[in-house]
Each structure stands twice: as structure tokens, then as C-alpha cells.
Design a protein around this ligand. Structure first.
Ligand SMILES: [Zn+2]
Length: 253
């Protein structure tokens, strides 16, 4: 069913959440746009102008590593101050109420953690761009440290003490999906009573398979997204209103 209007969407969603024992949210770029972070994949988005640097290019070319960090710091200047939006805060409220054991996200912006969900309960399919790790030894590096080194070296990306390359903790194109996160997401999808897909166009595989997994395992499926998705026919409730407007009433202070 496609919700005919916003009040109907909110009351239907409220009923489904109340009925559900276990709610598992799955979020994509749409939940963060009201925080000022654009959907990089959208037409006119950053990725249509600046093609993403594939993982193998990062690994084989110092110039690509430098360029990757140059872009990252430019992004930090634009979006670094972003705060959680109404969608993030509503999901954090459900988490605090014990309805949500953990959340799956395609986002790399750390806003779910910033909204109060413990990092261990945010399953990040595409990693996290707010810190970096060494690709060899796994050592964690904070961005201000990387930036200081980068600038001191005349815009050259620093390496780890072990000789490994330092990269944001994101999953680049061509880089393997994180096995542990994928398994955890699969398990969450399989064991929820309500799967809440929020702000994802559900086109990026394998991540987009989780709503299907949840539905097949017997969960109720709700899709909240501005644009239609390929899974709308399968969903029990489809909401095409603004995410912040739909989820705002679920914020508990
Ligand atoms: Zn290292």
C-alpha cells in the first residue's frame, strides 16, 4: 500500500511499530540529505562530476591516494559539521526504547552514532568516512592527524609506520564488502518483525538484498523513500513523503 498522505503514513507506521517486537532500520543517503549531506550518487551529485577513485587505483598510484585525501578534506570543510536529522533522532528514540537492537546503514557519515546509537549497534555496509585505518595493520588514524601530515608534506598522503597505506575507513568501489558487517546485517534482516528501509533507492547490491531477505523471513516491510524503488510492490507500506516529516513524530526527547 502506498500511503495516500502524510497523516495516514504516520499513523500506519505508528501501528506497525507498536505491533512489532523487533524493528530493524536500514538507511541510505536520503536520511542524511536534510543534514546537508547530498546524495553523492544522485544526478548532479558529486559522483557524477568527480568519478569515485576505485580501490585498485588507490592501491597502485600515489597520485590517486593524494587526490583521494584532497577530496576528503574538501568534503570535511563542506559537510564536517553536519548534525543528525529528524530521521536519525527518531531511529535513536526507537533504539533507546528497546525496539531496535541494531541498525544497518549504507551511509558513511557517522550520523547514527552521533544521534546516540552505540557504534557497536550500527552495522556499516560501506564503512565510515569520519576516521581512517591502515590497510595493512588496521591501525586507526583520526582525520586531523592525517590532514596535518598531508599538509606538512605538500599535499601528499601519509603512510602508516608499518608502511601500509592510510585510507578512510570506507568501502571503495572494487574493495571487498566487510564480511562481518554483511553477516550481521543478514542475521538482523532474518530475525526482525519489521524491516524499515529509509532513504535508500535499494539499487546497490548486495546491500539491497536485505529488504528481500527480511520479507522472505516473514517480516513486515516498510519503504520510506522519496522516489519509487523496485521493491515497492513487495512492501506492506510505501511512504514517499519527506523522511524528516514522516519520522519526526517518533522522536522522543
Ligand atoms: Zn599499518
Amino acid at each position: 500500500m502506498i500511503a495516500p498522505d502524510l497523516p495516514t503514513a504516520i499513523s500506519s507506521l505508528r501501528d506497525l511499530i507498536e505491533e512489532a517486537q523487533v524493528v530493524v532500520p536500514f538507511t541510505g543517503a536520503g536520511i542524511s540529505t536534510e543534514c546537508g549531506i547530498p546524495d553523492f550518487r544522485s544526478p548532479g551529485g558529486i559522483w557524477t562530476k568527480n568519478r569515485p577513485i576505485p580501490f585498485d587505483a588507490f592501491m597502485t598510484d600515489q597520485e590517486m591516494r593524494d587526490e583521494s585525501w584532497r577530496r576528503r578534506f574538501a568534503m570535511e570543510d563542506q559537510f564536517g559539521g553536519a548534525k543528525p536529522g529528524r530521521g536519525h533522532r527518531a531511529l535513536a528514540s526507537l533504539y533507546r526504547a528497546g525496539k531496535v537492537p541494531a541498525l544497518i546503514t549504507q551511509n558513511i557519515d557517522n550520523l547514527h552514532q552521533a544521534s546516540g546509537i552505540e557504534a557497536k549497534d550500527v552495522v556499516e555496509l560501506h564503512g565510515n568516512t569520519t576516521y581512517a585505518t591502515c590497510l595493512e595493520c588496521g591501525e586507526r588514524y583520526e582525520l586531523p592527524w592525517v590532514r596535518k601530515k598531508f599538509e606538512a608534506a605538500g599535499s601528499h598522503a601519509p603512510d602508516c609506520g608499518c608502511g601500509g597505506y592510510i585510507k578512510t575507513a570506507t568501502v571503495s568501489f572494487g574493495q571487498a564488502m566487510p564480511v562481518e558487517a554483511m553477516e550481521r546485517a543478514e542475521e538482523l534482516a532474518r530475525n526482525c518483525s519489521l524491516f524499515l528501509a529509509v532513504g535508500s533507492s535499494l539499487v546497490v547490491w548486495p546491500a539491497a538484498g536485505f529488504p528481500l531477505t527480511a520479507k522472505r523471513a516473514g517480516a513486515t516491510l516498510v519503504i520510506i523513500n522519496r522516489e519509487p524503488t523496485d521493491f515497492d510492490d513487495l512492501a506492506d507500506l510505501v511512504v514517499r513523503d519527506d523522511i524528516g516529516d514522516v519520522l519526526g513524530p517518533f522522536i522522543v526527547h
